[in-house]
Write a protein that binds this ligand. Structure first.
Ligand code: DC
Length: 462
């Protein structure tokens, strides 16, 4: 069996270490924090390198050597720098890192090390030395994290993730981490250091921080490390079954063609505004009103985007039928609008740039009118950051009312509205009470669905 490498890259404070460590633990993989290697080199240079064998070093001693080390790093030739690293040996074991015989796990988090590490990591001899070390480390299933794991060190990684978050949130996390580990500092300094490192890490000539084209982008601003781990685990499971995925897509496409033709002929289905979803690349949430069992089919066959749907878990447990609906991208949900597992699925679908159909009302309307959105819907939209396309279904209640055994051949119409991007919405409440934000999102989406009452623009034949 070939070993799997999961590469996680991203800027400082995006949550890479917590996520990578948690993921490795849950999957039983080894964990490599490549940033710690760059920090170890920096500490080694700060503490005197080969000239002065590394000894116990406290924060004050490091600070006293900052200017001298900075000048060495910026002026030394590649040959001199490579020579000064000749005797450096770094080992990692059980989450501890040592340089020579000295355990440096804690001291490499010191602020003086943090100030110089980006500068050190720009130098070619440093990167070359560490590249070999990192590759030697990956001799089994491993989660690696850093800046260039997916782009340079492990370009063939089984799964690549790019974690990102808003800079103020990242600085807040780093500040908290330092405080928790007893390092006293102030927030502004942490914020400035982070910005400076972002610039250096993304603009350097060798192996700059960047997202590999095949990396899945995950914004961690609004989701917890546990949730990110859940999402990545789903991605691992999906990736492991890529052949299965091809079959799944083929099955979806064939069913789509058949039901598209059937609904057009039998229900005289008409769709309008289809340009909105069909031309929108990347993750998208379709939010539709819900009145009948026909609705998921009606929306799905009216757009060229492959949709993922939520359905009651009991359906997925019916033999054969459960399998078939799984091939049709159905995500089983336990109860209420979104259980945790289902939420991870939805996030992994969106993070992979795919589309999901959600009925914000949570359940079918019993009287054919449009009801309010459940709070969980607003939360999902807010956290995912994905654009939302409002969808209005007209006529499916008349065609297939509750209690009917078979749809009647009455006309149905599906209208797609313009995508809503809440992250850019100036009216989004700035309240610290997120429930207000979720309610606003739910209300706005339901209003936009109601506004689609009159068909806008020409009606398109399927
Ligand atoms: O993840 P961290 O903050 O501990 O990383 C410290 C620095 O190391 C970071 O600012 C850039 C550098 N680094 C790198 O250049 N390449 C990596 N793969 C990992 C870290």
């Amino acid at each position: 069996m070939t070993s799997k490498i999961i590469a996680i890259d991203g800027p400082a404070g995006a949550g890479k270490s917590t996520v990578a460590r948690g993921l490795a633990e849950q999957l039983g993989f080894t964990y490599l924090d490549s940033g710690a290697l760059y920090r170890a080199v920096t500490w080694y240079l700060l503490s005197g390198g080969p000239k002065r064998p590394p000894g116990p070093s406290d924060a004050r001693a490091l600070a006293a050597r900052q200017a001298q080390t900075e000048s060495f790093i910026s002026t030394a030739s590649d040959e001199d720098l490579a020579r000064s690293l000749d005797c450096l040996t770094i080992r990692m074991k059980d989450g501890r890192i040592s340089v020579g015989d000295l355990d440096v796990t804690e001291i490499i988090r010191d602020l003086t090390v943090t100030r110089l590490v980006s500068m050190v990591s720009e130098r070619r001899p440093v990167r070359e030395k560490l590249m070999a070390l990192q590759r030697a480390f990956a001799n089994g299933n491993i989660v690696v994290e850093g800046r260039d794991m997916g782009t340079v060190v492990f370009p063939g990684a089984f799964l690549k993730i790019y974690l990102d978050a808003n800079v103020a949130i990242r600085a807040g996390r780093r500040y908290q981490e330092l405080g928790d580990s007893g390092v006293s500092t102030d927030y502004d300094e942490v914020y400035e250091n982070l910005r400076m490192r972002d610039d250096r890490d993304t603009q350097r000539q060798i192996a700059p921080l960047s997202r590999a084209p095949d990396a899945v982008y995950v914004d961690t601003t609004y989701i917890s490390p546990d949730e990110v781990v859940g999402l990545i685990r789903k991605l691992v499971a999906t990736r492991a079954r890529s052949l299965y995925r091809r079959w799944q897509n083929f099955f979806y496409q064939s069913t789509w063609l058949f039901l598209r033709a059937l609904t057009s002929a039998y229900l005289r289905r008409r769709a309008s505004g289809t340009d909105h979803p069909d031309r929108l690349p990347g993750p998208v949430i379709f939010a539709s009103n819900h009145m009948s069992h026909l609705d998921p089919i009606l929306v799905a066959v009216s757009t060229r985007r492959h949709l993922h749907f939520l359905a009651k878990r009991e359906l997925a447990e019916i033999p054969i039928f459960g399998q078939v609906i799984h091939w049709l991208h159905i995500i089983p949900v336990r109860r209420g609008i979104l259980d945790r597992d289902a939420l991870d699925w939805v996030r992994s679908v969106l993070a992979s740039g795919e589309a999901v159909l959600i009925f914000p009302e949570g359940t079918r309307s019993r009287d054919g009118t449009i009801h309010d959105a459940k709070a969980g819907f607003g939360k999902l939209v807010y956290e995912s950051g994905a654009p939302t396309i409002p969808v209005r279904i007209i006529g499916s209640y008349q065609s297939f009312p509750p209690g009917a055994l078979w749809p009647r051949p009455t006309p149905v119409r599906i209208q797609f509205g313009e995508p809503i991007q809440f992250r850019n919405d100036p009216n989004l409440p700035r309240s610290s009470d997120l429930r207000e934000v979720y309610e606003y999102i739910g209300r706005t989406v339901m209003d936009r669905i109601r506004d689609l009452r009159d068909p806008a623009g020409p009606v398109e034949s399927p």
